[in-house]
Structure formats: structure tokens, C-alpha cells
Design a protein around this ligand. Structure first.
Ligand SMILES: NC(=O)c1ccc[n+]([C@@H]2O[C@H](COP(=O)([O-])OP(=O)(O)OC[C@H]3O[C@@H](n4cnc5c(N)ncnc54)[C@H](O)[C@@H]3O)[C@@H](O)[C@H]2O)c1
Ligand SMILES: [Zn+2]
Length: 354
């Protein structure tokens, strides 16, 4: 097991990597907290892991309520938040108690948001079970839900109490979801790490499980540094984590089929292409990003209507004074932030990168 501590101005918390879920009992005993625990999960993950957690918590003399939501992005709504809050309140959860997020990025985002607003904030522990949630969604404190016209438009910055990453949860994770997580890993590699980039270029995707602990560790080290430098995305540093996400989110919101990782894969290719067209990066980098996406069975072309994508871009959170701001790669490990590009430019280059 490895421990990485995230050090923020107001909060410091450990991330336990390669730590069994069963350790939750021991870790809770180390901290004083109330008697009630609400475990928020989704039906897929709940079915696999919630009984195990419930038993451990009951053995620690906790009163446990498991709240299951429907799996998938469609659950990131204010209605789901209200339903969970109602369950917490009826259960008598008070400010000394704990919420546990057990699941992928969707559960982590919603549970973190609920914890941040319920009774003006109660502690939450994150147990991310998907690769994407481990490398990205569970650390850094961004919580939130979607509006029908844009992703993550309602949310808070709210840090977890601690995070447990059990790599054995990947044994039950569908292959497609592993690829989704790899999309965020490619993002980390492009923005900050030559080592990770070279590792991804070299490995055989069918052997990925051999490298999972190194991959998650590398990503969390990068995320920790970025979040510590700019917790609330006010200094233009945290913004780098949005590489691929400006176009990616617009694709995701307009697509019924593509998930987050698939959408940002297309976003990363399109944005690297824009960077190349503007002379910021080489054609080699564009080709490498595209070939990494292909190699890990992620989509590299789409028939989505680019006009819809362009219309959605204006709702992006990074829009300032009506201008859409992009994070564009310069070379492996370095990006340029705040590059203004018009929706027309996105439309005119759309066919060329596919
Ligand atoms: N807050 C952040 O910083 C941040 C960062 C990146 C992504 N996100 C958010 O994360 C979400 C995507 O996360 P995701 O890809 O984990 O999606 P997800 O939570 O929908 O999980 C994907 C699927 O895998 C299933 N699953 C998860 N763990 C499993 C396991 N161990 N075994 C079997 N099935 C399992 C889920 O039930 C779901 O069907 C998006 O909403 C995105 O906006 C947030
Ligand atoms: Zn993402």
C-alpha cells in the first residue's frame, strides 16, 4: 500500500493506493466520528461490494444505510441529489456522521456534492471503484451534477476526508470502463508526464493490469501537485486538467452513445489538431495522441453533428466574456492554457482530424 497526502490550505487528507476496501473499519477507528454511515453507490457496484462494506461497518458498531442510484451519467441530476438527501435526513444522519462514496466517477461526483451541502457539509470518504474515478474523479474535490444543456454546471469544491483505492475492484470492471479510465491517463501523460506517455506508448494494452498500480500512482502524484497549486482553479494552473474536455464535454452532452472517456478521447485528438494548426505543437504529437487513443480501443472519429457541439461549447465553464478558452498541448508534458478559439474554427477543422 502507498499513501499520498494531499496538502491544501484548509485541509490535508490521505489517499491510500492499493488498499483493500476491508481496511475501512480500521481507518474509521483511527478517527472520531458519529455512529451513522450512509454509503452512496450505484446498482452495479452496490450489488458487488455494498454487503461487504455493510458487514465491516456493522462490525465497527456503525448504523449503516446503503443508498443505491441508477448507474450512469443520467443520474447526475438535482433530482438524484434530492432523493439522497431525503434518505440521509430520514436516517437521522448528523454532522458528526459520515458519507461514503462507493463507485465510479458518477457516484463520487454526486456523493461529494451531497456531502458538501447536506447540513452545510459533512465528512465523506471516497472509495472509487473505476479506473477513471481512481485516476481523476476521487481526488481534488470537484463535486457536482449536470444541467440538461451542460456538464458539471452545478457543483462545489469539497475535499474528501480520505480516499481508499482498492485495485482489486478492477477485476469486476468491464473492459470498456478500463479504456475509459485510460483516456484520462493519456490526458495526464500529455499535460505533465513524459514517463507516463512513454509507458503508454510501450505497453501492450492486453497487459495493462501489470502496470495499473504505477499508472494510478503517477496520475495521483500529478493531480496532487496541480490541486495543491490551484485548489479552486483560480490561478490558471488547475485548468490544465481540462485538456480534451472543452470539446469532449460538448461531445458527451450531445451523444447518446459515448461515455466520458470516449468523448474526451475525441476531444484530445481535436484539440491537439487545433494546436498543430496554430503551430503550437508538432504533427508527431498529433499522430502520437491519435495512435494512443486507437491503441487503447477508444474512438478516434465520430459522426456527431459538429454544429451541435459548437452550440454547446458556449456553455462550457471555461467560457470567459463569451470567448471559449482551450488548453492546447505544446509537447509531451507541456500545455498552453487560455487559448481563445471560436466555435467557427472548431467547425472548420472538424473533418480534418478524423
Ligand atoms: N470530479 C472530478 O474531478 C472528475 C474527474 C473526472 C471525471 N469526473 C466524472 O466522472 C464521471 C465518469 O466516471 P466513471 O467513468 O467512473 O463512470 P461511472 O461512475 O458511470 O462508472 C462507469 C460504469 O462502471 C460501473 N462500475 C464502476 N466501478 C465498477 C466495478 N468495480 N465493477 C463493476 N462495475 C463498476 C458503474 O456502475 C458504471 O456502470 C463523469 O460524470 C465525469 O464528469 C469527475
Ligand atoms: Zn474527465
Amino acid at each position: 500500500m502507498k499513501k499520498i497526502v494531499v496538502n491544501l490550505k484548509q485541509k490535508r487528507y490521505p489517499v491510500y493506493l492499493g488498499c483493500s476496501i476491508s481496511k475501512i473499519g480500521e481507518l474509521l477507528k483511527e478517527h472520531t466520528c458519529g455512529v451513522r454511515v450512509v454509503v452512496i453507490t450505484d446498482k452495479n457496484v452496490g450489488q458487488l461490494y455494498s454487503e461487504r462494506i455493510r458487514t465491516i461497518l456493522i462490525n465497527c458498531e456503525k448504523k449503516v444505510k446503503v443508498v443505491e442510484i441508477k448507474p450512469g451519467e443520467q443520474s447526475k441530476t438535482i433530482k438524484t441529489v434530492y432523493d439522497i438527501i431525503k434518505e440521509c435526513s430520514l436516517f437521522g444522519l448528523d454532522r458528526s456522521d459520515i458519507i461514503i462514496a462507493l463507485g465510479g466517477g458518477v457516484v463520487c461526483d454526486i456523493a461529494g456534492f451531497v456531502a458538501s451541502i447536506y447540513l452545510r457539509g459533512i465528512r465523506f470518504i471516497s472509495i472509487p471503484t473505476s479506473l477513471l474515478a481512481q485516476v481523476d474523479a476521487s481526488v481534488g474535490g470537484k463535486t457536482g451534477i449536470n444541467l440538461p444543456w451542460g456538464k458539471n454546471l452545478v457543483g462545489t469544491f469539497y475535499q474528501p476526508y480520505f480516499v481508499i483505492m482498492d485495485f482489486s475492484t478492477f477485476d469486476t470492471l468491464p473492459k470498456k470502463e478500463i479504456s475509459q479510465g485510460i483516456a484520462e491517463v493519456i490526458k495526464y501523460a500529455v499535460i505533465r508526464s513524459k514517463t507516463l506517455f512513454n509507458l503508454l506508448m510501450d505497453i501492450d494494452p492486453s497487459q495493462i493490469e501489470k502496470y495499473i498500480d504505477t499508472i494510478v500512482y503517477e496520475c495521483i502524484v500529478i493531480k496532487k501537485k496541480v490541486v495543491e497549486a490551484d485548489e479552486q482553479e483560480k490561478k490558471g494552473i488547475r485548468e490544465i486538467l481540462n485538456f480534451g474536455h472543452t470539446i469532449g464535454h460538448a461531445i458527451e452532452i450531445n451523444s447518446k452513445r459515448l461515455n466520458h472517456g470516449e468523448s474526451i478521447s475525441l476531444g484530445m485528438i481535436a484539440e491537439t489538431f487545433l494546436s498543430m494548426k496554430k503551430g503550437y505543437c508538432s504533427e508527431v504529437l498529433f499522430n502520437d495522441v491519435k495512435s494512443l487513443v486507437k491503441k487503447f480501443s477508444l474512438p478516434f472519429k465520430t459522426d456527431i453533428d459538429v454544429k451541435k457541439v459548437a452550440d454547446t461549447l458556449v456553455y462550457d465553464k471555461k467560457v470567459k466574456m463569451g470567448k471559449i478558452r482551450f488548453v492546447l498541448p505544446l509537447r509531451v508534458g507541456a500545455v498552453k492554457t487560455g487559448v481563445e478559439i471560436s466555435p467557427e474554427e472548431v467547425i472548420s477543422t472538424w473533418g480534418d482530424w478524423q
